[in-house]
Design a protein. Structure first.
Length: 190
């Protein structure tokens, strides 16, 4: 299968590391440039997601540096950013987990499936509103009274209305990131 979206092709190129020869046992992922990610344990997937996001936004011209502390993953255009990553679950959804009320300005949520990718960029204020006021983002531990971490699920084929304005495709998410940082991203290199 061919990847049509030029943004996803570039992300797939970034994912093509020496590890790309690891094959996934899941036939849905066979032939995917992201299949090797499925073979990695959860903690490694977190770092891979951070590297994919950092590489992709840097390729579009954003200034990206490592965070000086553990309360954010990267600093993009002087905004502290938490990066959340998910591969597509068997039920067809992404789950973005471990959202916290911490010292960051934005969260970039990247999801990859065998031949596509999706991304949403949310301000911290939006996350807190969706978590504490609307319930669209739910507490992850401790039920409804849990306050330390939160998560949300996205069906990329039927994105919830509250999330639609924050990305979807990679180009849309980069537009959202541009709006939140004030930086105008360059055109993708195909």
């Amino acid at each position: 299968m061919e990847i049509a979206d030029p943004e996803v092709r570039i992300l797939a190129g970034i994912a093509s590391t020496p590890e790309a020869d690891h094959a996934s046992a899941d036939t849905e992922w066979q032939g995917s440039p992201f299949a090797w990610i499925e073979t990695k344990p959860s903690r490694q997937r977190v770092r891979i997601g951070e590297q994919l996001v950092a590489g992709r936004v840097a390729a579009r011209g954003f200034n990206v540096t490592r965070s000086p502390d553990s309360r954010a993953d990267r600093v993009i255009e002087d905004r502290r950013v938490e990066i959340k990553f998910s591969t597509l679950w068997k039920n067809g959804n992404y789950k973005f987990q471990q959202l916290r009320d911490q010292n960051c300005d934005l969260a970039i949520c990247l999801g990859v499936c065998p031949f596509d990718a999706h991304c949403w960029v949310l301000s911290k204020d939006e996350i807190l509103t969706q978590w504490h006021e609307t319930g669209n983002i739910r507490s992850q531990h401790g039920g409804a009274r849990g306050t330390d971490t939160a998560w949300f699920t996205v069906d990329p084929s039927e994105v919830a209305p509250w999330l639609r304005g924050f990305g979807g495709g990679l180009r849309d998410a980069l537009g959202t990131l541009s709006g939140l940082t004030g930086f105008t991203a360059g055109d993708p290199q195909e």
